[in-house]
Design a binder for this molecule. Structure first.
Ligand SMILES: NC(=O)c1ccc[n+]([C@@H]2O[C@H](COP(=O)([O-])OP(=O)(O)OC[C@H]3O[C@@H](n4cnc5c(N)ncnc54)[C@H](OP(=O)(O)O)[C@@H]3O)[C@@H](O)[C@H]2O)c1
Length: 476
């Protein structure tokens, strides 16, 4: 259930006022102010337009709001469109994107009931959630169920609410029906497949790049189709000459008409995206013109004769529908608790690697959800700079994406206990602020280590994209 008593309309999460946005210089008083990091879209364009920015101040909730310490954020296709200026629900840049996140309640504003400091929550907003700390209306937050990780929680809301509403509210999916799911291996696609499996005997056709077909079969897609090398309409008709009962259309352009023509009598097409607009890193006017030109349209009389339905769905325009959305979230939480759905996480990326995260999705590599995390997934090692250890660590760290060296003196107040690395990891997982920290990316690591033998004791922290839950520790 969402928090009660919050009357402010759901809107973008609060953005720091401009004077607070850049943490640079400012003397002792400014240096003492708390800082937090945010991802900011500085202008429309390529991957480089989203940057990490340090903000000052401690956001406080107003009446009806809560402040959340964010642990994980969802990346959505809409964020790729937004970066190119193709998502009209994002306020103009500079702005923090982010439609969903999960974290812990840090402060509760006046009049909020049902939320307490320390609660783990999922958050939904029009924008602004890619920040370490967000302040949002309490009625845009939902309690995380037991056993759910922050990464799963950040993957639930947008994808599963969408999949649930298009399948069951619009699609009215019933036992023994058939369905065509485009982008089947993506965030909404994997959610839709899991939800289809809650209904008896659904035949699923799913389009995706060929490399994902084994994963699709395992998840319950009877007929994966490689839309990049095959005509999916022909492939569906070969197996089911009459077509399908439901088509989920996130593509737009000519694919909407193809989907409509594939419907059986009494079939339903739900259009909920225009992925065909996205062809590269930057806005492509040709693709936009082509998609617009091929846009499906039909008049009511024609529809009447065909016995088919066309529905349009956009979660971004359901800001006001607080009760409707919380009803769906309740059902999803129930399904999660019964083990019937479980967000599939493709990959987890720290804020610093937001460009790689976007590339993962835009270059069609993801199977499931791409997650951003605000804290750095460090693997921590302690070592003395003997040549043997340096060589070992160098070979390990060049497998990671980013590495930092911290003088041991920085950490001397931490009790050194190899059986309990958590205090050390907690310290190392804070962003480096001291100038003594030497930070360098993967390609420089090799060269750096070749000159290291002369240096004293260091802690090395290496940031690896796959090491989020590893938090590994070794004391050489
Ligand atoms: N209306 C709403 O409220 C709503 C809410 C959420 C999502 N959506 C829509 O649902 C769709 C899926 O969203 P998502 O966030 O779950 O993303 P996603 O499916 O994870 O998106 C990435 C995948 O889409 C496929 N793809 C198809 N066309 C693409 C293109 N032109 N560029 C890049 N990848 C393309 C690729 O996989 P394959 O090549 O393997 O297919 C890629 O791996 C999007 O159209 C999105 O706008 C709508």
């Amino acid at each position: 259930m969402s928090g009660e008593e919050a009357t402010a309309p759901p809107a973008p999460a609060e953005q720091a006022p401009p004077q607070e946005q850049q943490a640079a210089g400012g003397g002792d008083a400014a240096a003492a102010e708390p800082q937090y990091r945010a991802l900011v879209l500085s202008g429309f364009g390529g991957y480089e337009k989203v940057k990490v920015q340090v903000r000052r101040g401690s956001p406080c909730p107003r009446p009806g709001e809560i402040t959340v310490r964010v642990r994980a954020c969802g990346l959505n296709f809409a964020d790729l469109l937004a970066r190119q200026g193709l998502y009209e629900r994002l306020p103009p840049p500079p702005v923090s994107p982010g439609l969903e996140c999960a974290g812990t309640v840090q402060a509760v504003g006046e009049g909020v009931t049902g939320r307490q400091v320390g609660d783990k929550v999922m958050v939904l907003a029009r924008a602004g959630l890619w920040q370490e700390i967000v302040t949002v209306p309490a009625n845009q937050t939902y309690l995380m169920p037991d056993g759910m990780s922050f990464e799963e929680a950040a993957a639930l809301l947008v994808n599963y609410i969408t999949a649930y509403m298009i399948l069951f509210d619009f699609g009215n999916l019933r036992p023994n029906q058939s369905i065509l799911i485009h982008m089947a291996a993506g965030g909404v696609g994997t959610a839709a497949i899991q939800l289809c499996k809650t209904v008896e005997n659904i035949t699923i056709f799913g389009t995706a790049s060929a490399s994902k077909h084994d994963a699709l079969r395992e998840s319950g897609v009877a007929h994966p189709i490689d839309y990049r090398t095959m005509d999916y309409v022909e492939e569906v008709r070969k197996i089911s000459p009459k077509g399908v009962d439901v088509v989920l259309d996130p593509l737009g352009g000519s694919d909407t008409s193809k989907g409509f023509n594939l419907l059986k009598p009494m079939g339903k097409l739900i259009t909920y995206g225009v992925a065909n607009l996205l062809t590269g890193q930057k806005k492509n006017l040709m693709a936009m013109a082509k998609t617009w030109w091929n846009q499906f349209s039909i008049n009511a009389l024609h529809l009447l004769h065909l016995n088919k339905a066309v529905c349009g769905y956009h979660l971004g325009y359901m800001d006001e529908e607080v009760e409707l959305i919380s009803g769906v979230v309740d059902k999803l939480v129930g399904l999660y608790s019964q083990g019937k759905i479980k967000p599939k996480i493709d990959s987890v990326w720290p804020f610093e690697q937001v460009a790689d995260a976007m590339r993962q999705m835009q270059e069609k590599k993801n199977i499931g959800k791409v997650i951003l995390i605000s804290h750095c997934p460090f693997q921590c090692y302690a070592f003395k700079a003997s040549s043997r250890n340096v060589r070992t660590l160098a070979s390990e760290s060049i497998c990671t994406d980013h590495t930092q060296l911290l003088p041991r003196s920085d950490l001397c107040d931490i009790k050194h206990d190899a059986s309990d690395p958590s205090p050390l990891n907690a310290r190392l997982s804070q962003p480096a602020v001291s100038e003594q920290h030497i930070s360098f990316p993967k390609f420089q690591t090799k060269f750096f280590f070749s000159g290291l033998q002369a240096v004293g004791d260091y802690w090395l922290r290496s940031m690896s994209r796959q090491s989020v839950n590893a938090s590994c520790y070794s004391n050489h």
